[in-house]
Design a protein. Structure first.
Length: 279
């Protein structure tokens, strides 16, 4: 059994010595993020930034015309697409495109695990967006982004595992490491990306079922409930627990016995989000 503390120390040392590079946001993503944070930013100013990246531009127009956001008329103009989607959704799309590029294996042995990590992120993101619909103090698109990045700390662990034959062959040990140390790694990535504290908290706290961040639900609560909902009915150990004792359910306003996906309209909304991010 691998010493998780030693593994984490080794991983952070590799990062500090530039032997293992954390994923970084490209220039266009940084500019979009910074523009979204500025109150004086406009749909035109953000569209001008997006226009510098052909792949992102095409993706933005595709999503603006998807069933989830489609209006009465089709859109073929980036400024109109930004106006329809909203700046936070545009930022989520930029980050999701980067993450899709990040979650690419360099070895066939871990291909399935990389794909699983991304698909889990999208499922949690879709449900996080739905769960936030009745939480007026939270933003739906921000909640979706929180879901997309909640398990990003898994990536460097898989990258390190690719250089450790024993770890690649021991799936149970690999999953144990991911469960134990992905949180601080995820926080470090988001800090390096300059994310707000409300999102940096997500990878570090969503696994803590006793988490209590205050009277009102925050993005940790939403992601926590969304993730558990994706496990409902499975044989996962977390699905066997008494969810009524988890504070996040009451804050989000969801009965632990209820399957959110079975609520009218939810399955359709979730499917439409999955189409956007999974194709």
């Amino acid at each position: 059994m691998i010493d998780e503390h030693a593994f984490l120390t080794s991983l952070f040392k590799a990062i500090d010595n530039h032997k293992l590079t954390l994923p970084t946001l490209p220039e266009v993503a940084l500019r979009v993020r910074d523009s979204v944070e500025r109150e004086e930013s406009t749909a035109k100013s953000i569209a001008d930034i997006v226009a510098t990246d052909a792949a992102l531009s095409a993706r933005l127009l595709q999503v603006a015309n998807s069933p989830l956001y489609r209006g009465r008329v089709a859109i073929d103009n980036l400024q109109m697409a930004v106006a329809r989607l909203g700046t936070r959704m545009v930022r989520s799309l930029v980050v999701s495109l980067i993450m899709q590029q990040i979650f690419q294996p360099t070895s066939e042995q871990l291909d399935q695990r990389f794909r699983q990590a991304w698909e889990e992120s999208v499922q949690v993101a879709a449900l996080s967006r739905v769960l936030t619909s009745n939480l007026k103090h939270l933003d739906r698109e921000q909640a979706m982004l929180a879901g997309l990045i909640h398990n990003i700390g898994t990536l460097p662990i898989l990258t390190m595992a690719e250089h450790d034959a024993k770890l690649i062959d021991d799936r149970e040990e690999l999953e144990r490491l991911i469960e134990l140390i992905s949180a601080p790694i995820g926080q470090r990535i988001l800090q390096s990306w300059g994310f707000p504290e409300s999102l940096i908290k997500v990878p570090g706290s969503y696994q803590d079922l006793s988490y209590d961040g205050g009277e009102l639900a925050n993005y940790v609560d939403v992601v926590q409930v969304a993730r558990l909902q994706t496990l409902q009915g499975s044989d996962h150990p977390l699905a066997q627990l008494d969810w009524s004792k988890i504070p996040s359910f009451a804050k989000v306003g969801i009965d632990p016995e209820v399957s959110v996906i079975e609520i009218e309209g939810v399955a359709k909304d979730v499917a439409e989000v999955e189409v956007i991010f999974l194709g």
